[in-house]
Design a protein around this ligand. Sequence first.
Ligand SMILES: Cc1cc2nc3c(=O)[nH]c(=O)nc-3n(C[C@H](O)[C@H](O)[C@H](O)COP(=O)(O)OP(=O)(O)OC[C@H]3O[C@@H](n4cnc5c(N)ncnc54)[C@H](O)[C@@H]3O)c2cc1C
Length: 388
Amino acid sequence: MDFELAEEHRMLKDLVARFVRDELMPLEKGVLAREAEGRGLGLADAEHKRLDEISRSLGLWGLDAPEDVGGSDLPALAMVGVWEEIGRTVTPYTLPPDSPNLRMLMATVNERQRAAYLAPYVAGETVSAIGISEPGAGGDPAGMTTTAVRDGDDWVINGRKIWISRAADADFTILMALTDREKRARGGISAFLVDKGTPGFNVLRGIPMVGGAYTYEVALEDCRVEGWKLLGTEGNGFAPMQLRLGTRRIQMAAWSVGMAQRALDMIIDYAPQRVTFGVPLSERQAIQWWVTDAATKIHASRLMTYDCAWKLDQGRDVRLEISMIKAFATEMAWEVVDHAMQTFGAMGMTKELPLQLMAAKIRTMRIYDGPTEVHKWVVARNLLGTRR
Ligand SMILES: Cc1cc2nc3c(=O)[nH]c(=O)nc-3n(C[C@H](O)[C@H](O)[C@H](O)COP(=O)(O)OP(=O)(O)OC[C@H]3O[C@@H](n4cnc5c(N)ncnc54)[C@H](O)[C@@H]3O)c2cc1C
């Protein structure tokens, strides 16, 4: 049993750590100021362009994409180290392409879609979104009511999606819809590639979320999609969608480890300096226990995430592990960031430190891609053999 990352994966992790330290961290002050002024989380175009140039020159693009479309085809275990480092910063930058939709595309595209969608996505030329959630079905996506009906060679989609990140800007949205109302998750849900500007794909409103993020509500009104834009085969969209969600959940666990580690580092740096009642905070048992608990739980989360990624790379079924780490690591980071905010007192309540933005980010992570309680229920249901 070897608990260390392989040498080349460790070197990659170190490279990303330097990229985060030298390029992303210096942008945080501007990110925090913009968010505090209510101007959202996005980077300026020039900042984004510069980061793209640097990350591309460092060879940090397409890390887990297939080699034949310009990627490096790295395993999940290598990506966990990358995501952990990225998780340390609140500067919103994703190394192109974002892995979850990439994984779903990789599992489903045909040759035509590979050239038209996958290749430009890997090259960082396009941005994607995923439309699963609906007003009546979020944590339970099998309850969706959006339908896609064949009309000649095309599909016509009707329904409503909500909480869709990037829906207004994405070049294409992977849209999930019912193609068989009876079968639902068992052969009745299909995935479609819907291009930006497709008539009937109507972005109704942007919804400001906690921490400067934005999601969108989308009405699908006789939205006509050409037949070749069905992703994978009819009725078989649910499994690749779960693959996509699983990738995001492992990524979120790794982000959580990085975020919690940064919050712990901040406590360790600050607690010895701050004296109250004649004694440094680092000598108070309350703070010491927060430090110990944080270090212990970060260690546990990191090992569980590595274990899950390793098993995934071996082709093993990791559905249970994914639910465990998604729930455990996000809750862990929530607790550690909260303790860091408490340690910093009023300073921890300001919008000058990144802690409040980390807290807002992790707060949403406890909901999206399945709330904590749903993942705990999935694990218990599996262990107890209960169906509901
Ligand atoms: C910032 C953000 C970005 C998002 N981006 C996207 C996106 O890009 N695309 C997309 O399709 N969706 C997106 N979502 C939606 C997200 O995935 C859903 O919000 C999430 O799955 C929960 O669904 P819901 O909001 O309908 O909550 P519900 O399913 O209504 O659940 C509400 C609460 O009920 C409890 N609960 C529900 N079921 C159970 C159970 N079985 N056992 C115990 N307790 C339970 C939980 O406490 C849960 O938090 C995003 C959400 C957020 C917050």
